[in-house]
Ligand binder design. Structure first.
Ligand code: C2E
Ligand code: CA
Ligand code: CA
Length: 579
């Protein structure tokens, strides 16, 4: 009996107690382990009813364990992006009790007891006993912080750091998207805006105020156009994608130009601004983003070239010039090798006596098929593709060779004035090449003048200032070309020593018709003479022009009235005839 009792009742009973204790211990251990986890954990049985949840799980879901025990968890906690509850058939947790594979979900939505939803990632691992799935364990994490962080990073990658407007990257994606969506049916415009002389604003008022100007312009644009895509492309360039036909866009462009031609009060300053706009239209001017941006950019450059504070639509004339620019780019290299580039000379004379005292060397390109191409066209291209270095050196060499020839033929007191681009001047090969050329032709540096176009960089570019100083030390003459043409500051005269001011021809052209320009011209001449600089008045075309400048003494002049630029031999001939 006792044996029977032991084997049938006591032993199994003790075993059961032992197993239960062990289970309890295991459960306690599991609780301790899962409690210390930073992730939520819950376990469901094969009927998808909750059998376990750890403390972090309770905290994240807002429930206490007893509220969830035995409950069908999916309908309680599983949300979806649309806001509706997710259907059981789409629920990875529900599927977890059917599949022997672990399932990892990177992004999903759970619902807190309060009804608030939050983003989660989780892993569902099946619980398998005797080869049968008896439930699954779900380990989940609230990923709102990571998502916020990612969103922030994404926002930063797609927005301009200063103005918080969409940046170039965002703009390009948006433009591509718009092109695809429009299906060639909808017209829209790409409007590029650029602040006029922004560099001068930065230079005159400092970068802090420059930044405020950009922020203010971004604010104004955004307030005009709430529902229009506006991007801050780069430093002072903005872009707008605007629906509408040409007339509608024209009206808007006029509005923008008028509204942004204004002054912004910043820290006791009134900063005057204006902007230039280049516009192209989809699908007429281009059907892909690259082409559209290029066309809007060409139009913007044209708006700048025509005097700023205006808008320009892409047009046939610009197309012609674009094609021509491409042609120049393709043929300029050969021009140098084929000796198509030559130098002509225009005399610089004493305005009173008309005696020739110098010559300006001006580059000429004559293409056998295309004919003459103006230096204004090809020097620009040469500057942008780097060919200005070999072309510039070639001009210096030709001018020196011709000067040596003039010396030989009895014109001994002339100087030659050579135009330099800043790129050339900054190139490390420039100075050694000039030294070498001078030596080859046995010339005196005093007979050579370099003309440098007035720009703001003259003031701040220390390398440039140093090179000009070196040229001066070697006794070369330095002239400031096109003085007064652009928005210029005479501040650079503090840093570089200059011999000559060449007053831009736009002044003399208007001295007789515009009193203000006449007064300005007088003021520039007086200023130059006070600084003991030689003054060359460019563009003297008539005897009335000459009479105007001859109210002053010691003025030099240059212009068609005296002579057009001529090839060396023609120059020599005409000078001999003149004497
Ligand atoms: P720039 O240096 O201002 O040269 C004077 C320009 O005015 C020349 O034009 C000349 O032909 C023109 N000109 C002279 N007198 C008169 C006049 O009375 N009336 C009018 N309407 N124009 C007059 P060009 O030769 O077409 O040169 C244009 C520009 O190209 C030059 O302006 C200069 O900036 C640039 N350039 C020419 N040769 C060179 C060069 O060898 N190197 C560099 N870097 N630039 C050059
Ligand atoms: Ca010049
Ligand atoms: Ca000039």
């Amino acid at each position: 009996m006792r044996v029977l009792y032991l084997s049938t009742v006591k032993d199994p009973f003790e075993k059961l107690i032992y197993i239960r204790r062990k289970l309890e211990m295991n459960e306690k251990r599991l609780k301790t382990i899962t409690a210390s986890l930073g992730e939520g954990v819950f376990v469901i049985n094969q009927h998808r009813h909750l059998t376990f949840i750890n403390r972090e799980g309770e905290r994240l879901l807002g429930y206490q364990a007893h509220e969830l025990f035995g409950k069908e968890i999916h309908s309680l906690i599983h949300g979806s992006k649309s806001g509706d509850n997710l259907h059981v058939s789409e629920c990875p947790i529900c599927k977890g009790v059917e599949s022997k594979e672990a399932i990892r979900i990177d992004e999903d939505i759970f619902i807190h007891k309060s009804g608030r939803t939050f983003p989660v990632s989780y892993v569902v691992t099946p619980l398998i006993e005797n080869n049968t799935i008896v439930g699954s364990v779900v380990v989940f994490q609230d990923i709102s912080k990571q998502q916020e962080y990612l969103n922030r990073i994404k926002h930063q990658a797609y927005h301009h750091i200063l103005t918080d407007l969409p940046n170039r990257l965002y703009f390009l994606e948006k433009l591509d998207e718009k092109i695809i969506k429009s299906d060639f049916n909808n017209e829209f415009a790409l409007i590029l805006l650029d602040i006029d002389d922004f560099k001068n604003i930065n230079d005159s008022y400092g970068h802090k105020i420059g930044d405020i100007v950009l922020i203010e312009i971004a604010r104004m644009l955004s307030s005009f156009y709430h529902h229009t895509f506006i991007a801050h492309m780069s430093s002072d360039e903005f872009a707008i994608l605007m629906d509408g036909n040409k007339e509608e866009i024209r009206e808007q462009a006029e509005n923008i130009i008028n509204h942004l031609h204004t002054s912004i009060p910043i820290e006791h300053n009134e900063v005057f601004i204006s902007i230039s706009i280049g516009i192209c239209l989809f699908p007429y001017d281009g059907v892909n983003s690259e082409k559209l941006i290029q066309m809007a950019d060409i139009s913007l450059s044209e708006a700048k070239r025509l005097g700023k504070n205006r808008y320009i639509f892409y047009n046939d004339d610009l197309e012609y010039r674009r094609v021509r620019k491409n042609w120049i780019e393709q043929h300029l290299n050969n021009a140098l090798f084929n000796n198509e580039i030559t130098v002509h000379y225009q005399p610089i004379v004493n305005a009173k006596t008309k005696a020739i005292i110098g010559l300006e060397a001006l580059a000429r390109w004559y293409h056998p098929k295309e004919g003459a191409i103006s230096p204004q066209e090809f020097i620009d291209v040469a500057e942008s593709n780097g060919l200005i270095i070999p072309i510039g050196t070639y001009i210096v060499q030709m001018a020196c060779q011709d000067l040596a020839e003039l010396n030989k033929r009895g014109f001994e007191n002339l100087f030659v004035s050579i135009n330099l681009s800043l790129k050339q001047l900054k190139h490390p090969d420039f100075m050694p090449a000039v030294d070498q050329i001078l030596q080859t032709y046995g010339l005196n540096a005093k007979q050579i003048q370099f003309e440098i176009t007035e720009t703001v960089t003259l003031q701040e570019d220390s390398d440039l200032i140093k090179t000009i100083g070196e040229l001066k030390n070697k006794q070369f003459r330095i002239a400031i070309d096109d003085f007064g043409k652009g928005f210029s500051s005479i501040g650079y005269l503090k840093h570089i020593s200059v011999d000559t001011l060449k007053i831009d021809k736009s002044y003399v052209f208007h001295v007789l018709s515009d009193e203000k320009i006449a007064k300005l011209t007088n003021a520039i001449i007086i200023m130059g003479q006070l600084l003991h600089l030689d003054i060359v008045v460019e563009g003297v075309e008539t005897k009335e022009h000459l009479a105007f400048i001859n109210r002053f003494s010691n003025i030099l002049a240059q212009g068609y009235y005296f002579s057009r630029p001529l090839p060396l031999e023609e120059f020599i001939e005409s000078s001999i005839n003149r004497n």
